[in-house]
Design a protein around this ligand. Structure first.
Ligand code: SAH
Length: 212
């Protein structure tokens, strides 16, 4: 459990690193990152750094979770798609801001574990699904917001198609072994607008399902 001192330190680091949106900070205050690390690295979970999780993946740096969340500008009625469930931490943060969160990962094991935590925490508005998220989730489309937490070489076409007009997508774009750019895509009535937000480093968006 996050004690008061950890909590203060955690929020201080988020603010220092540019997370200033009140609703985002409030949502992050409600989610104990330690729960998503299952006790491993327990002394480091409240520091502002990415950490390894199962299946060779990583839980993102808290300030990057915060910056992505505030760029997404989620509204209370929104239906959100997250590609890259990982630990489930980002989805849990989004669940406090949106009406409904769909999160997909190509690793069955990660989806299963995240689902257990969502159940334990009573986060009933999250649906976690094993799928290749580069194809989106056509059955549930369109989405008001889409967040991709793995790096693509280009924003995947199916995700652009599944974004509602007026919707926002954030996606890290670039080679997996280099520094990538976090891109904000806004869908207007006739075209997509692209804004480059900040340099980031994510694991690659891979095609097909994982082995476990
Ligand atoms: N958002 C996560 C961190 C994600 S790490 C968190 O809060 O902890 C990136 C995740 O993207 C990994 O779990 C990886 O398995 C997943 N991933 C990579 N390519 C994918 C794809 N095509 N479809 C779905 N998930 C994918």
């Amino acid at each position: 459990m996050m004690d008061a001192e950890n909590q203060m330190q955690f929020l201080f680091q988020l603010r220092k690193n540019g997370v200033t949106d009140t609703r985002t900070l409030e949502a992050m205050e409600k989610v104990d990152r330690g729960v998503f690390m299952r006790g491993v690295f327990s002394d480091r979970v409240y520091e502002d750094m990415p950490l390894p999780i199962a299946c060779g993946q990583t839980i993102s740096q808290p300030s990057v979770v915060g910056l992505m969340t505030q760029s997404l500008n989620v509204q209370p009625r929104d239906k959100v798609l997250e590609v890259g469930t990982g630990s489930g931490y980002q989805a849990a943060v989004l669940s406090h801001l949106a009406r409904r969160v769909y999160t997909v990962d190509r690793h069955r094991k990660l989806v299963r574990e995240a689902r257990e935590i969502f159940d334990e925490l009573g986060l009933v508005n999250i649906t976690a699904i094993t799928a290749d998220g580069s194809r989106g989730l056509p059955d549930q489309a369109p989405f008001d917001r889409i967040i991709v937490t793995a790096a693509a070489e280009d924003p995947p076409g199916p995700l652009l198609e599944q974004l509602r007009v007026g919707g926002i997508m954030v996606v890290p774009v670039g080679q997996s072994d280099a520094v990538q750019s976090l891109i904000k895509v806004t869908r207007g009535p006739n075209r997509f607008e692209y804004d480059e937000l900040l340099p980031v480093r994510f694991v690659p968006l891979l095609e097909g399902l994982g082995q476990d």
